[in-house]
Write a protein that binds this ligand. Structure first.
Ligand code: TXA
Ligand code: MG
Length: 347
Protein backbone atom coordinates (compact mmCIF):
# COMPACT_ATOMS: atom_id res chain seq x y z
CA UNK A 1 0.00 0.00 0.00
CA UNK A 2 1.14 3.54 -0.73
CA UNK A 3 -0.25 6.30 1.48
CA UNK A 4 0.23 9.99 2.19
CA UNK A 5 -1.56 9.69 5.52
CA UNK A 6 0.77 10.13 8.50
CA UNK A 7 -1.65 8.75 11.09
CA UNK A 8 -2.22 5.54 9.10
CA UNK A 9 1.56 5.14 8.71
CA UNK A 10 2.28 5.82 12.38
CA UNK A 11 -0.44 3.39 13.58
CA UNK A 12 1.13 0.72 11.40
CA UNK A 13 4.58 1.42 12.86
CA UNK A 14 3.27 1.30 16.42
CA UNK A 15 1.51 -2.00 15.64
CA UNK A 16 4.67 -3.70 14.42
CA UNK A 17 4.25 -3.33 10.66
CA UNK A 18 6.96 -2.16 8.26
CA UNK A 19 6.60 1.34 6.82
CA UNK A 20 8.95 2.83 4.28
CA UNK A 21 9.28 6.59 4.69
CA UNK A 22 11.17 9.37 2.94
CA UNK A 23 14.13 11.11 4.53
CA UNK A 24 16.35 13.84 3.08
CA UNK A 25 18.99 11.18 2.23
CA UNK A 26 17.17 8.09 0.93
CA UNK A 27 13.94 6.25 1.75
CA UNK A 28 14.14 4.11 4.90
CA UNK A 29 12.41 0.81 5.70
CA UNK A 30 11.16 1.48 9.20
CA UNK A 31 10.06 -0.57 12.20
CA UNK A 32 9.24 0.17 15.83
CA UNK A 33 12.45 -0.58 17.79
CA UNK A 34 10.39 -2.02 20.63
CA UNK A 35 8.85 -4.69 18.42
CA UNK A 36 11.33 -7.52 17.91
CA UNK A 37 9.26 -9.33 15.29
CA UNK A 38 9.05 -6.16 13.22
CA UNK A 39 12.82 -5.64 13.49
CA UNK A 40 13.43 -9.25 12.45
CA UNK A 41 11.20 -8.80 9.43
CA UNK A 42 13.39 -5.90 8.21
CA UNK A 43 16.34 -8.30 8.01
CA UNK A 44 14.23 -11.01 6.38
CA UNK A 45 12.60 -8.78 3.76
CA UNK A 46 15.84 -7.01 2.83
CA UNK A 47 17.92 -10.19 2.85
CA UNK A 48 20.22 -8.36 5.26
CA UNK A 49 22.87 -10.23 7.26
CA UNK A 50 22.14 -10.18 10.99
CA UNK A 51 25.68 -8.84 11.58
CA UNK A 52 24.73 -5.50 10.05
CA UNK A 53 23.21 -3.11 12.63
CA UNK A 54 20.32 -0.72 11.97
CA UNK A 55 20.28 3.06 12.40
CA UNK A 56 17.67 4.28 14.90
CA UNK A 57 15.74 7.42 13.94
CA UNK A 58 14.14 9.85 16.32
CA UNK A 59 12.91 13.46 16.29
CA UNK A 60 14.59 15.33 19.14
CA UNK A 61 18.03 15.64 20.66
CA UNK A 62 16.61 14.68 24.04
CA UNK A 63 15.09 11.45 22.66
CA UNK A 64 18.32 10.74 20.83
CA UNK A 65 20.39 11.01 24.02
CA UNK A 66 18.18 8.37 25.71
CA UNK A 67 19.23 5.82 23.11
CA UNK A 68 22.85 5.92 24.27
CA UNK A 69 24.50 4.81 27.49
CA UNK A 70 27.08 7.34 28.65
CA UNK A 71 28.33 5.49 31.76
CA UNK A 72 28.81 8.95 33.27
CA UNK A 73 31.11 9.91 30.39
CA UNK A 74 29.93 13.52 30.46
CA UNK A 75 32.60 14.57 28.06
CA UNK A 76 31.16 12.27 25.37
CA UNK A 77 27.61 13.26 26.25
CA UNK A 78 28.42 16.95 25.92
CA UNK A 79 30.14 16.36 22.62
CA UNK A 80 27.19 14.41 21.20
CA UNK A 81 24.90 17.23 22.37
CA UNK A 82 27.04 19.81 20.60
CA UNK A 83 27.37 17.81 17.40
CA UNK A 84 23.67 16.93 17.45
CA UNK A 85 22.67 20.52 18.06
CA UNK A 86 24.76 21.61 15.07
CA UNK A 87 23.99 18.87 12.53
CA UNK A 88 20.53 17.52 13.48
CA UNK A 89 18.06 17.26 11.94
CA UNK A 90 20.38 16.25 9.12
CA UNK A 91 22.39 13.62 7.26
CA UNK A 92 24.63 12.58 10.16
CA UNK A 93 24.45 9.33 12.16
CA UNK A 94 26.22 9.19 15.52
CA UNK A 95 27.39 5.80 16.79
CA UNK A 96 28.07 5.36 20.49
CA UNK A 97 27.44 2.81 23.27
CA UNK A 98 23.84 1.64 23.23
CA UNK A 99 21.34 1.94 26.01
CA UNK A 100 21.03 -1.68 27.23
CA UNK A 101 17.29 -1.69 26.64
CA UNK A 102 17.85 -1.57 22.87
CA UNK A 103 17.59 -5.01 21.31
CA UNK A 104 20.77 -6.82 20.24
CA UNK A 105 19.12 -7.38 16.89
CA UNK A 106 19.15 -3.62 16.24
CA UNK A 107 22.79 -3.24 17.30
CA UNK A 108 23.88 -6.60 15.81
CA UNK A 109 25.18 -7.37 19.32
CA UNK A 110 27.88 -4.71 18.91
CA UNK A 111 26.96 -2.81 22.07
CA UNK A 112 26.85 0.34 19.93
CA UNK A 113 23.87 2.09 18.38
CA UNK A 114 23.71 4.49 15.43
CA UNK A 115 21.25 7.37 15.90
CA UNK A 116 20.00 10.03 13.53
CA UNK A 117 17.34 12.76 13.30
CA UNK A 118 16.32 13.05 9.65
CA UNK A 119 15.77 16.46 8.09
CA UNK A 120 12.49 15.86 6.34
CA UNK A 121 9.05 17.06 7.33
CA UNK A 122 7.23 13.77 6.60
CA UNK A 123 9.82 11.71 8.44
CA UNK A 124 9.70 14.04 11.46
CA UNK A 125 5.89 14.01 11.51
CA UNK A 126 5.89 10.22 11.36
CA UNK A 127 8.42 9.98 14.19
CA UNK A 128 6.47 12.43 16.35
CA UNK A 129 3.08 10.86 15.71
CA UNK A 130 4.27 7.28 16.26
CA UNK A 131 6.36 8.53 19.21
CA UNK A 132 8.60 5.48 19.18
CA UNK A 133 12.14 5.37 17.82
CA UNK A 134 12.15 3.85 14.33
CA UNK A 135 14.94 1.53 13.21
CA UNK A 136 15.42 1.91 9.47
CA UNK A 137 17.96 0.80 6.92
CA UNK A 138 17.71 2.11 3.37
CA UNK A 139 14.59 0.70 1.67
CA UNK A 140 16.31 -1.54 -0.88
CA UNK A 141 17.05 -5.25 -1.04
CA UNK A 142 20.47 -5.85 0.53
CA UNK A 143 23.25 -4.72 -1.82
CA UNK A 144 20.96 -3.06 -4.36
CA UNK A 145 20.75 0.65 -5.27
CA UNK A 146 19.35 2.84 -2.49
CA UNK A 147 15.91 4.35 -3.20
CA UNK A 148 15.33 8.07 -3.72
CA UNK A 149 11.81 7.93 -5.12
CA UNK A 150 8.57 6.30 -4.02
CA UNK A 151 8.54 4.21 -7.21
CA UNK A 152 11.99 2.79 -6.37
CA UNK A 153 10.66 1.53 -3.03
CA UNK A 154 7.52 0.15 -4.65
CA UNK A 155 9.53 -1.79 -7.25
CA UNK A 156 11.78 -3.18 -4.55
CA UNK A 157 9.06 -4.40 -2.18
CA UNK A 158 5.92 -4.87 -4.27
CA UNK A 159 5.74 -8.53 -3.23
CA UNK A 160 6.35 -7.86 0.47
CA UNK A 161 4.17 -6.58 3.27
CA UNK A 162 5.46 -3.01 3.31
CA UNK A 163 3.45 0.22 3.42
CA UNK A 164 5.07 3.22 1.79
CA UNK A 165 4.64 6.78 3.04
CA UNK A 166 4.67 8.66 -0.23
CA UNK A 167 6.98 11.66 -0.36
CA UNK A 168 7.59 11.48 -4.11
CA UNK A 169 11.09 12.12 -5.42
CA UNK A 170 13.76 13.22 -2.94
CA UNK A 171 15.18 15.54 -5.63
CA UNK A 172 12.13 17.78 -5.16
CA UNK A 173 12.67 18.19 -1.38
CA UNK A 174 13.87 21.46 0.15
CA UNK A 175 16.68 19.68 1.98
CA UNK A 176 17.18 16.72 -0.34
CA UNK A 177 20.64 15.06 -0.22
CA UNK A 178 20.26 11.87 -2.28
CA UNK A 179 22.98 9.71 -0.70
CA UNK A 180 23.00 8.29 2.81
CA UNK A 181 24.06 9.98 6.03
CA UNK A 182 27.65 10.30 7.13
CA UNK A 183 28.28 7.90 10.03
CA UNK A 184 30.63 8.87 12.85
CA UNK A 185 31.67 6.80 15.86
CA UNK A 186 32.82 8.44 19.08
CA UNK A 187 35.58 7.10 21.30
CA UNK A 188 37.70 8.81 23.91
CA UNK A 189 39.67 11.47 22.05
CA UNK A 190 38.69 10.18 18.63
CA UNK A 191 35.84 10.59 16.15
CA UNK A 192 35.95 8.12 13.28
CA UNK A 193 34.03 8.52 10.04
CA UNK A 194 32.71 5.00 9.30
CA UNK A 195 30.84 6.04 6.16
CA UNK A 196 31.15 9.30 4.20
CA UNK A 197 27.84 10.83 3.17
CA UNK A 198 25.68 13.93 3.31
CA UNK A 199 27.92 15.80 5.79
CA UNK A 200 31.46 16.27 4.49
CA UNK A 201 34.76 15.68 6.27
CA UNK A 202 35.40 19.44 6.18
CA UNK A 203 32.00 20.25 7.75
CA UNK A 204 32.90 18.02 10.69
CA UNK A 205 36.52 19.06 10.92
CA UNK A 206 35.65 22.77 10.88
CA UNK A 207 33.08 22.26 13.61
CA UNK A 208 35.43 20.24 15.85
CA UNK A 209 38.08 22.95 15.49
CA UNK A 210 35.67 25.85 15.97
CA UNK A 211 34.29 24.31 19.18
CA UNK A 212 37.75 23.15 20.26
CA UNK A 213 36.38 19.66 20.90
CA UNK A 214 39.11 17.39 22.27
CA UNK A 215 38.76 14.83 19.47
CA UNK A 216 40.85 13.82 16.46
CA UNK A 217 38.81 13.27 13.29
CA UNK A 218 39.74 10.18 11.27
CA UNK A 219 38.33 8.41 8.25
CA UNK A 220 38.20 4.67 8.83
CA UNK A 221 40.08 3.76 5.69
CA UNK A 222 40.83 5.51 2.44
CA UNK A 223 38.73 4.16 -0.40
CA UNK A 224 41.83 3.39 -2.39
CA UNK A 225 43.06 1.13 0.44
CA UNK A 226 39.92 -1.00 0.32
CA UNK A 227 40.40 -4.68 -0.26
CA UNK A 228 37.83 -7.41 -0.72
CA UNK A 229 35.78 -7.83 2.45
CA UNK A 230 34.40 -5.19 4.71
CA UNK A 231 35.79 -2.17 6.50
CA UNK A 232 32.82 -1.64 8.80
CA UNK A 233 29.62 -3.58 9.24
CA UNK A 234 27.61 -3.22 6.07
CA UNK A 235 30.38 -1.55 4.08
CA UNK A 236 30.69 -4.30 1.49
CA UNK A 237 32.83 -3.49 -1.52
CA UNK A 238 30.01 -4.35 -3.92
CA UNK A 239 26.93 -2.30 -3.17
CA UNK A 240 24.62 -0.08 -5.23
CA UNK A 241 25.57 -2.03 -8.37
CA UNK A 242 23.04 -2.03 -11.23
CA UNK A 243 21.99 -5.65 -11.89
CA UNK A 244 23.57 -7.47 -14.86
CA UNK A 245 25.72 -4.50 -15.89
CA UNK A 246 29.48 -4.47 -15.53
CA UNK A 247 30.29 -1.14 -13.94
CA UNK A 248 33.58 0.73 -14.00
CA UNK A 249 34.59 3.99 -12.29
CA UNK A 250 36.73 6.33 -14.41
CA UNK A 251 38.87 8.95 -12.70
CA UNK A 252 39.64 11.66 -15.20
CA UNK A 253 42.00 14.57 -15.33
CA UNK A 254 40.86 15.73 -18.79
CA UNK A 255 37.78 15.26 -21.00
CA UNK A 256 37.31 11.75 -22.40
CA UNK A 257 38.04 11.02 -26.08
CA UNK A 258 36.16 8.45 -28.15
CA UNK A 259 39.33 6.37 -28.38
CA UNK A 260 39.60 6.11 -24.57
CA UNK A 261 36.88 3.43 -24.55
CA UNK A 262 37.18 0.43 -26.85
CA UNK A 263 33.92 -1.44 -26.10
CA UNK A 264 31.08 -1.82 -28.60
CA UNK A 265 29.44 1.60 -28.22
CA UNK A 266 25.91 0.26 -28.73
CA UNK A 267 26.17 -1.68 -25.45
CA UNK A 268 27.60 0.95 -23.12
CA UNK A 269 26.20 3.65 -20.89
CA UNK A 270 28.10 6.60 -19.48
CA UNK A 271 27.20 8.45 -16.34
CA UNK A 272 29.06 11.68 -16.88
CA UNK A 273 30.05 14.44 -14.46
CA UNK A 274 30.60 17.99 -15.70
CA UNK A 275 30.21 17.22 -19.44
CA UNK A 276 33.56 15.42 -19.54
CA UNK A 277 32.37 12.62 -21.83
CA UNK A 278 30.10 14.73 -24.00
CA UNK A 279 31.58 13.32 -27.24
CA UNK A 280 29.86 10.02 -26.42
CA UNK A 281 26.40 11.50 -25.87
CA UNK A 282 24.78 10.47 -29.19
CA UNK A 283 26.99 7.43 -29.89
CA UNK A 284 26.13 5.05 -27.03
CA UNK A 285 23.08 3.21 -25.63
CA UNK A 286 22.55 5.68 -22.76
CA UNK A 287 24.26 8.90 -21.74
CA UNK A 288 23.38 10.85 -18.60
CA UNK A 289 25.22 13.59 -16.73
CA UNK A 290 25.10 13.63 -12.90
CA UNK A 291 25.70 17.38 -12.99
CA UNK A 292 26.58 19.31 -16.12
CA UNK A 293 27.81 22.17 -13.93
CA UNK A 294 30.00 19.83 -11.80
CA UNK A 295 27.87 20.62 -8.77
CA UNK A 296 28.44 17.90 -6.19
CA UNK A 297 25.09 18.38 -4.42
CA UNK A 298 23.25 18.00 -7.72
CA UNK A 299 25.30 14.90 -8.56
CA UNK A 300 24.45 13.29 -5.21
CA UNK A 301 20.75 13.94 -5.79
CA UNK A 302 20.84 12.30 -9.25
CA UNK A 303 23.16 9.35 -8.60
CA UNK A 304 20.81 6.60 -7.40
CA UNK A 305 18.02 7.69 -9.71
CA UNK A 306 20.28 7.54 -12.77
CA UNK A 307 21.76 4.18 -11.73
CA UNK A 308 18.22 2.79 -11.75
CA UNK A 309 17.42 4.42 -15.10
CA UNK A 310 20.50 2.73 -16.58
CA UNK A 311 19.70 -0.59 -14.90
CA UNK A 312 16.38 -0.53 -16.73
CA UNK A 313 17.97 0.02 -20.17
CA UNK A 314 17.88 -3.39 -21.83
CA UNK A 315 20.67 -2.57 -24.30
CA UNK A 316 23.26 -1.64 -21.71
CA UNK A 317 25.85 -4.29 -20.77
CA UNK A 318 28.59 -2.04 -19.42
CA UNK A 319 28.48 1.25 -17.51
CA UNK A 320 31.24 3.81 -17.06
CA UNK A 321 30.84 6.38 -14.28
CA UNK A 322 33.01 9.48 -14.55
CA UNK A 323 34.36 11.16 -11.45
CA UNK A 324 36.94 13.80 -10.77
CA UNK A 325 39.13 13.55 -7.73
CA UNK A 326 38.01 16.35 -5.45
CA UNK A 327 38.69 15.98 -1.76
CA UNK A 328 35.30 17.10 -0.54
CA UNK A 329 33.13 14.57 -2.32
CA UNK A 330 34.20 11.39 -0.59
CA UNK A 331 30.55 10.38 -0.09
CA UNK A 332 29.73 10.20 -3.78
CA UNK A 333 33.12 8.73 -4.70
CA UNK A 334 32.53 5.97 -2.16
CA UNK A 335 29.11 5.13 -3.69
CA UNK A 336 30.51 5.09 -7.23
CA UNK A 337 33.45 2.92 -6.10
CA UNK A 338 31.04 0.38 -4.63
CA UNK A 339 28.62 0.53 -7.57
CA UNK A 340 31.70 -0.41 -9.63
CA UNK A 341 32.68 -3.16 -7.13
CA UNK A 342 36.07 -1.46 -6.81
CA UNK A 343 36.87 -1.49 -10.57
CA UNK A 344 38.66 1.81 -11.27
CA UNK A 345 40.52 3.09 -14.31
CA UNK A 346 42.34 6.39 -14.57
CA UNK A 347 42.36 8.38 -17.82
O1 TXA B 1 20.85 8.15 5.43
C1 TXA B 1 20.81 7.08 6.03
O2 TXA B 1 21.65 6.77 6.92
C2 TXA B 1 19.70 6.08 5.68
C3 TXA B 1 18.36 6.72 6.07
C4 TXA B 1 17.19 5.79 5.87
O3 TXA B 1 18.44 7.18 7.38
N1 TXA B 1 19.88 4.82 6.32
C5 TXA B 1 20.84 3.95 5.93
O4 TXA B 1 20.80 2.72 6.57
O5 TXA B 1 21.66 4.19 5.07
P1 TXA B 1 21.58 1.44 6.06
O6 TXA B 1 21.19 0.36 6.98
O7 TXA B 1 21.31 1.23 4.63
O8 TXA B 1 23.07 1.79 6.32
C6 TXA B 1 23.45 1.96 7.65
C7 TXA B 1 24.89 1.72 7.86
C8 TXA B 1 25.28 0.27 7.70
O9 TXA B 1 26.47 0.20 6.95
C9 TXA B 1 25.52 -0.16 9.14
O10 TXA B 1 26.48 -1.16 9.22
C10 TXA B 1 25.96 1.11 9.80
O11 TXA B 1 25.17 2.08 9.20
N2 TXA B 1 25.65 1.09 11.22
C11 TXA B 1 24.43 1.13 11.81
N3 TXA B 1 24.52 0.99 13.12
C12 TXA B 1 25.84 0.87 13.40
C13 TXA B 1 26.58 0.65 14.60
N4 TXA B 1 25.98 0.51 15.78
N5 TXA B 1 27.94 0.57 14.50
C14 TXA B 1 28.54 0.67 13.30
N6 TXA B 1 27.89 0.85 12.12
C15 TXA B 1 26.57 0.94 12.19
MG1 MG C 1 21.72 0.78 2.77
Amino acid sequence: MITKNISIASDLIRNGKLVSFPTETVYGLGANINNIDAIRSIFRIKGRPSTNPLIVHTYSLEKALHLFDFFEMNNIKNTIMKIGFEFWPGPLTIVYKANPNISDIVTASSGYVGVRIPNNELALQLLKTADVPIAAPSANKSGHISPTDVTHVYNEFKDDEVTILDGGDIRTFNNGIGIESTIIKLDTGKITILRSGGISYNDLDNFIKKERLPFELEIIKKMSDLKKGEIAPGQAITHYAPKNIKTVMIKISKPLKLTDISDDKSEIAILDYGRNALVFSDKIAKYLDLSEASDISEAMLNLYNYLRVIENCKLVKKLYIITDDQKNNLGIQDRIFRAASGNIITV
